[in-house]
Design a protein around this ligand. Structure first.
Ligand SMILES: C[S@@+](CC[C@H](N)C(=O)[O-])C[C@H]1O[C@@H](n2cnc3c(N)ncnc32)[C@H](O)[C@@H]1O
Length: 198
């Protein structure tokens, strides 16, 4: 059973996610973007894994992936990124190496359909698959939005799953912005301990 301390972040949660994850990435690393969307997080990961690293990205919306690919091509990073038009819960079939870092940015595509949202079952399933291939010291961020229909349920289901993680193996905390409201987003940070406490 995990303890999940609540930490107030001075920074925007998107910035806090990038800065924290960046510490687990290096030239040659392998990262996963579980929710590619417009590709901004994918581009960040592609930058951090360097010319010798690689990124695997998933989204269920083809037009979003096309836009993300264009962004990556324009910035010269497309060669180190594989984009997959598939639900992230199927990630297990695409993993051929262990993972240094992974990001989830939940909810719906900004300016896209609010009907195409991440769902608790598939989010938790993808997270489970990633955890099994996460390296020691590896990190995962999950930004959960609570302001749309289905958002609060996904947040609670995710939190419930994270509580079930072993404290000997993982550390988990939850970042909250300075102006936290019931509908404000929350950022979970999960790290696989370098030295498990057995
Ligand atoms: C908040 S947006 C991601 C924003 C993105 N990280 C960026 O930098 O622009 C959430 C994305 O998750 C995608 N999504 C929803 N369900 C998914 C699933 N089961 N597997 C993969 N992607 C999913 C949506 O299509 C949407 O593009």
């Amino acid at each position: 059973m995990q303890e999940i301390p609540l930490v107030v972040s001075e920074k925007r949660l998107t910035v806090a996610a990038h800065e924290w994850l960046a510490e687990a990435l290096f030239d040659g690393a392998f990262a996963v973007d579980a929710t590619v969307g417009n590709g901004y997080d994918t581009l960040f990961l592609a930058h951090r894994v360097g010319p010798n690293g690689s990124v695997l990205g998933f989204d269920i919306q083809k037009p979003a992936l096309a836009g993300a690919h264009e962004l990556l091509r324009f910035t010269g990073k497309a060669g180190r990124v594989k984009l997959v038009h598939e639900c992230h819960s199927r990630i297990g079939g695409y993993l051929d190496r262990d993972i240094d870092g992974a990001m989830f940015n939940l909810g719906y595509l900004p300016r896209g359909s609010h009907a195409l949202i991440t769902r608790p079952e598939t989010t938790v399933s993808a997270l489970q698959s990633i955890l099994t291939r996460l390296k020691r010291g590896g990190r995962i961020t999950v930004l959960a939005y609570r302001g749309h229909q289905g958002g609060p349920e996904e947040y609670f289901r995710l939190r419930e799953f994270l509580f079930s993680l072993s404290m000997a193996e993982y550390t988990v905390d939850e970042l909250v912005g300075k102006t936290d409201m019931p509908e404000s987003p929350r950022l979970f940070r999960i790290q696989k301990k370098s030295n498990p406490e057995i």
